[in-house]
Design a protein around this ligand. Structure first.
Ligand SMILES: [Zn+2]
Length: 213
């Protein structure tokens, strides 16, 4: 889930992250418990999905992705409430350039004890939405319009989270664009929601990305 900007968090990323890699301007980090493969896979995901519009990476310069190993806690990396179930799996803090806050995401890299980048992709999509909003002033209103049309005309039974709000609609949309999951195919997803998928297609690559590592 996204979280309001809190510049103080800049000072509060307290855990020592010893692994570090960059995807151009974006940093990827994690403790010694995170597998190297997860870090390389995160890099590949970032570079692939932004390959169509590399300017997204520039908008996220110094943004840091923290990969969270099994037994570690997402909220504690970002100094959020460790008892808040909203932060069980992942969280994104949007950049705030005016306050020199580069933005962070923290995300688990497993699902049901198996290597899985689904949560990472969801959180990355939140950060990318921030970047696109800087690049295209009309983007958010187009997304909002698509969201309103979509929830008025569809049940979203297959993924209720998509109908929660505009941010989740986008982030889950990006995840399903690449990892399908709730749909039989990308074509089926396009048919279900043309508005959302055409916005995704405008900005993000149609290439496949790894789901596991
Ligand atoms: Zn979210």
């Amino acid at each position: 889930m996204p979280f309001p900007i809190i510049p103080e968090a800049k000072e509060k990323v307290t855990k020592i992250c010893i692994k570090y890699l960059e995807a151009e301007e974006i940093a990827i980090t994690g403790s010694e418990n995170v597998s190297d493969n997860a870090i390389y896979t995160a890099q590949k995901i970032i570079l692939t999905i932004t390959s169509k519009r590399p300017e997204i990476r520039r908008e996220l310069s110094d943004f840091t992705c923290i990969l969270v190993a099994r037994g570690e806690n997402v909220a504690s990396y970002l100094d959020l409430d460790e008892n808040d179930p909203n932060y069980n799996h992942g969280c994104t803090l949007y950049p705030d350039k005016n306050n020199e806050f580069p933005g962070y995401l923290a995300s688990v890299v497993e699902w049901e004890n198996q290597p899985d980048m689904g949560v990472f992709l969801h959180e990355l999509a939140h950060a990318i939405m921030y970047a696109i909003r800087q690049l295209s002033p009309n983007f958010y209103s187009a997304l909002e319009q698509s969201y309103n049309t979509s929830i008025a005309s569809k049940t979203w039974d297959r993924n209720p989270r998509s109908s929660q709000n505009v941010e989740e609609y986008w982030a889950e949309g990006v995840r399903m664009w690449y990892y399908i999951g709730e749909f039989e195919s990308r074509e089926a997803f396009k048919e279900y929601d043309q508005g959302l998928t055409s916005l995704i297609d405008d900005w993000l690559s149609a290439d496949e990305i790894p789901k596991t590592y």
